[in-house]
Ligand binder design. Structure first.
Ligand SMILES: Cc1cc2nc3c(=O)[nH]c(=O)nc-3n(C[C@H](O)[C@H](O)[C@H](O)COP(=O)(O)O)c2cc1C
Length: 252
């Protein structure tokens, strides 16, 4: 099914027209999505959709970090559409330094969870936590990986970014690459939200980079930055406290 989306100024209606097309051929040309007939998209059974800018604001504000999922599998075509949308994030010099590793195979999740548990347990032991607390935290992190229908590892690849002789510009270049990867991460979460999926961003890969690279046999240039757990939500939590706009923004 193809959605043609055109954005119009605030409050004007946006028309989305749909037509059936092959599920195996994900196109990434701007503004169009190809979908499989078997997908469980929240909108896939409608022939014409309309939304306003207010609807979009509400959609963006309705995203929550979802940490508990049903056991329903997520179709591959839905995962591919989510990644194809994530790839439309802005990136410094348009170098698109994001890389994704999609993990749905239980044995792979299990071996990753086991390997990361070793690192996590070692770090918590160094922190001086009680054995009981360590075991509880390690179990919770293992369960997160093994129980999510989909885990997506988000990596940074610096190999196509600019290189500089001085440290100051090297750091700036690395920062802009990380910012670009984070933009793709948010876009991934929002695309999942659009599909009726829940998701949460986990920062643990930052603490176990080498272990993850080794376990998943990733090339050295793919640096793990974060992991996304996705699935159909079991419960949708209340909105978390948000700071007040006047406390975090100044207008000049
Ligand atoms: C960079 C980043 C790292 C995060 N790491 C974790 C994490 O390790 N575990 C977790 O449960 N949530 C994690 N979160 C999710 C935040 O806890 C969540 O976004 C925040 O509490 C606000 O809730 P909301 O997303 O429902 O608005 C992370 C979010 C970001 C952006």
């Amino acid at each position: 099914m193809e959605y043609a989306v055109k954005l119009l100024p605030l409050q004007k209606k946006v028309q989305m027209s749909t037509s059936i097309s092959s599920p195996s051929n994900i196109r990434t040309d701007p503004g169009s999505i190809e979908r499989g007939k078997d997908e469980s998209s929240i909108e896939s059974n409608r022939s014409t959709l309309t939304f306003t800018a207010i609807d979009l604001h509400n959609f963006l504000r309705a995203r929550r970090s979802i940490r508990r999922f049903t056991t329903d599998p997520v179709p591959d075509s839905v995962i591919k559409n989510i990644l194809a949308t994530a790839m439309f994030a802005p990136s410094a010099h348009n170098r698109q330094p994001w890389r994704f590793v999609v993990i749905t195979t239980p044995a792979v999740k299990e071996s990753l969870a086991n390997a990361m548990a070793v690192d996590f347990e070692r770090d918590l032991t160094r922190d001086g936590l009680s054995t009981e607390k360590i075991q509880a935290q390690v179990k919770r992190s293992r369960d997160r990986i093994t129980s999510a229908p989909v885990a997506i590892l988000l990596c940074l690849d610096m190999s196509e970014m600019d290189s500089y002789p001085d440290e100051k510009r090297r750091q700036a270049e690395r920062t802009m690459a990380i910012q670009s990867v984070a933009a793709a991460g948010l876009q991934l979460l929002l695309a999942a939200h659009a599909e009726g999926l829940g998701g949460v961003w986990a920062c643990w890969p930052l603490f176990a980079r080498e272990t993850i690279q080794k376990t998943l046999e990733l090339r050295d240039s793919w640096e793990p930055q974060g992991m996304f757990f996705l699935g159909y939500p079991e419960i949708i939590p209340e909105v978390r406290d948000k700071k007040r706009l006047e406390d975090i923004a100044i207008f000049m």
